[in-house]
Design a protein around this ligand. Structure first.
Ligand code: FES
Length: 188
């Protein structure tokens, strides 16, 4: 998609006005996906309306700077993507959970890439009403299962991004992505 960033002043040629309309549609669209309850993302997103970033269909992420036990948030198509480097203990706990204990039963192995089970990559949008859960910053609460905590209504997710405490009904969604090397993924 080709998008022209809006400029101020008068006498724009027609093409600039068209670009502005397209740009506004993009911003509106990305905010709508995340929902009314979202806390920070749409604001940040619309304050940094880099049209070329919004339009990107895929994003490469260098995993090298992400230490064990920590995560980063990257933007992909206007959505926050959580990339978490799990510790060996967190990975084992995620693998060992009995499926009968889960609200939406799904083995951890279906949520990670073979050979890279220390990395969990999820779309950071709560499946209840669309807030952005906490847990990706070192100072964030991660909830009782060590994954993510949604402050809007208290949903909790484990280190596989599976919902462990409602009201969220579903696990965090997984974006399409692939490992390009041991230290780089491509989302989208
Ligand atoms: S939006 Fe997350 S718990 Fe309601």
């Amino acid at each position: 998609m080709s998008v022209t960033a809006p400029t101020h002043g008068s006498g724009h040629p027609h093409g600039v006005d068209q670009g502005k309309r397209d740009f506004l549609k993009l911003v509106t669209g990305s905010a709508a996906v995340i929902g009314v309850g979202a806390i920070a993302w749409p604001l940040i997103d619309s304050m940094n309306p880099s049209a070329d970033v919004l339009a990107l269909s895929s994003v490469e992420v260098d995993l090298t700077p992400v230490p064990e036990g920590q995560g980063i948030t990257v933007a992909w198509r206007g959505k926050p993507i959580f990339v978490r480097h799990r510790t060996a203990k967190e990975t084992k706990e995620a693998e060992d959970v009995k499926l009968s204990e889960l609200i939406e039963p799904q083995p951890d192995s279906d949520r990670v890439k073979p050979g890279h089970s220390q990395w969990i990559v999820v779309i950071g949008i709560c499946t209840h009403l669309g807030c952005i859960p906490l847990g990706n910053k070192p100072t964030d609460p991660r909830g009782d299962w060590g994954g993510w905590f949604c402050p809007c209504h208290g949903s909790q997710y484990d280190t596989s991004g599976r919902v462990r405490h409602g009201p969220a009904p579903l696990n965090l969604y997984l974006p399409p992505y692939a490992f390009e090397s041991d230290s780089k993924i491509k989302i989208g």
